[in-house]
Design a protein around this ligand. Structure first.
Ligand code: NAD
Length: 494
């Protein structure tokens, strides 16, 4: 596939200017170039926003039940294409098959939730909120005023998405946006554009009218044009914290509403009374699932007191047992990282950890795995202390840092002092410990005996602190509020 046909504007593939060259999108397992993504094609942004603006009047006036019929049909289309989408993710992103299936399934959850828009969009009425008196004193009046709140769409909305969930994260945004009557322009990660393009083409197959949902591909300059475009009313962003912070500042300065999900550095506390099997399994899946490339990845394990005696040897042994291979292999436990740059970032983080004096118990650079810059095996450090780069920086790779602590208070303090607040997890049999953790950990998504406390589509994805910039989160009722404006009607009749 060439770079000539990667934008989807008005329901068709459109050629692209690439004044700043192109980005090679590769299969990270094989190095095969899948497409060249044009860079700097900001004129495509203008065309896509124009198409979305032109589609808005008719789409916003389409009854919500009819809009949702398209999404009901889209769900069926996605189910029929489930295996193909899974294969695309495995190839373009590098996930293993179960993780790729999870990416599609959790995306479909968002469609199912958005199908509830007729109920979710309902307004409220309070009759006889007041009784009117006459302006002219001569007339006696006692006429009731009724008040109603309606939810109405905003206009053209924009979404900018990261590489790590190529199907699901775009579905955190556009399905609810269009269910609410908005039109949309999506700028997917240049590292996984083909999955997003397929996702959008299938929506057209399901009957979404041309122009309601458009895709522009490219990098930061394309994103920035979209964020600041005069006709864009709202910006949804998911990606790393520095970019999330910048996008939030730019979008809000340009007068848009914005929800910007950022990076993370997530802690998992293991209490001595924890169910051992569940704790090992939960920490393993959290730290190494999706090759550590999850904003809900557990990055720091904090065994409390005696827990370290059983937890540390067991987690090293379990991590050693994970097979690192191409995602296409049936027993693949961990696929490659997204690209060579990520491979270098992760191996550099491991080298820095050694340099700073942490104890390298399992070295992912030495794992049995395919050749290639994208492969790094499971890595476990012990003796990590606050201030080390392993303790402070989001690695976004398969590196678990163990920080032993003597008491529950000391363990909670580690989670609380983090500038990030995406998630925190505790494994325990104690309701007291769990309750203290829940209220004191300082994170928006809490797992108790759960390694990856993903809220699914029905609740907001509730990162706090430097993991989120904005007020209304993605998904759940927050999404309905984000993608609509309140209109208040006060009326009286004579
Ligand atoms: P990234 O920040 O590099 O890129 C995300 C998107 O922003 C891409 O589409 C990219 O093209 C665009 N972009 C990059 N630089 C930009 C700039 N200067 N201005 C405007 N747009 C720009 O993130 P990534 O590497 O694709 O994804 C990994 C990150 O995403 C991790 O930090 C992870 O924690 C985070 N993430 C967060 C959540 C969440 O819900 N909090 C979910 C998934 C991923």
């Amino acid at each position: 596939m060439s770079s000539a046909s990667l934008h989807v504007i008005n329901g068709v593939r459109v050629g692209a200017n690439a004044p700043r060259g192109s980005f090679s999108n590769v299969d990270p397992a094989t190095g095969e170039v899948l497409c060249e993504v044009p860079l700097g094609g900001v004129d495509a942004v203008d065309a896509a926003v124009e198409a979305a603006a032109a589609a808005y009047p008719a789409w916003s006036q389409t009854p919500v039940g009819e809009r949702c019929q398209v999404l009901f049909e889209y769900k069926q289309v996605l189910e029929r294409n489930f295996d193909d989408l899974t294969d695309m993710i495995v190839q373009e992103h590098g996930k293993n098959v179960p993780e790729a299936r999870g990416d599609v399934r959790r995306g479909i959850d968002c469609i199912e939730y958005a199908c509830g828009a007729p109920s979710l969009l309902m307004g409220r009425t309070l009759p006889r909120i007041a009784v009117s008196s006459s302006f002219s004193r001569e007339r006696e009046e006692n006429i009731p005023l009724d008040s109603t709140m309606e939810r109405v769409p905003l206009g053209v909305c924009a979404g900018i998405t990261p590489f790590n969930f190529p199907i699901m994260v775009p579905m955190w945004m556009w399905p609810m946006a269009v269910a609410c009557g908005n039109t949309f322009v999506l700028k997917p990660s240049e590292k996984v554009p083909l999955c997003a393009i397929r996702e959008v083409e299938l929506a057209h197959e399901a009957g979404l009218p041309a122009g309601v949902l458009n895709v522009v591909v490219g990098g930061a300059d394309v994103a920035n044009r979209l964020i600041t475009h005069t006709d864009v009313k709202a910006v949804s962003f998911v990606g790393s914290t520095p970019v999330a912070r910048q996008v939030y500042a730019e979008a809000t300065a340009a007068g848009k509403r914005a929800q910007c999900m950022g990076g993370a550095k997530n802690c998992m506390i293991i209490m001595p009374d924890a169910n051992r099997e569940a704790a090992i399994d939960g920490v393993l899946g959290s730290a190494f699932g999706n090759t550590g490339q999850r904003c809900l990845a557990g990055s720091i394990a904090i065994p409390v007191g005696d827990a370290a005696d059983w937890f540390v040897p067991a987690i090293v042994e379990a991590a050693r047992g994970i097979k690192t291979s191409a995602g296409t292999e049936a027993d693949c436990g961990m696929g490659p990282l997204i690209d060579a740059g990520s491979g270098l970032r992760v191996t550099s983080a491991i080298a820095a950890g050694v340099e700073e004096g942490a104890d390298l118990l399992l070295d992912g650079r030495e794992a049995t795995m395919p050749e290639g810059d994208c492969f790094v095996g499971p890595t476990v450090f012990d003796g990590v202390t606050p201030g080390m780069s392993l303790a402070e920086t989001e690695i976004f790779g398969p590196v678990l840092s163990i920080m032993r602590r003597d008491t529950l208070d000391d363990a909670i303090e580690i989670t609380r002092r983090s500038p990030f607040g995406n998630m925190a997890v505790m494994f325990t049999a104690s309701g007291y410990a769990a309750n203290r953790f829940r209220t004191e950990a300082g994170a928006g998504m809490i797992g108790i005996n759960v390694g990856v406390p993903a809220p699914m589509a029905v609740f907001p994805f509730s990162g706090w602190k430097d993991s989120f910039f904005g007020t209304l989160h993605a998904n759940g009722e927050d999404a309905v509020r984000f993608f609509t404006e309140c209109r208040i009607l006060v009326s009286r009749w004579f």
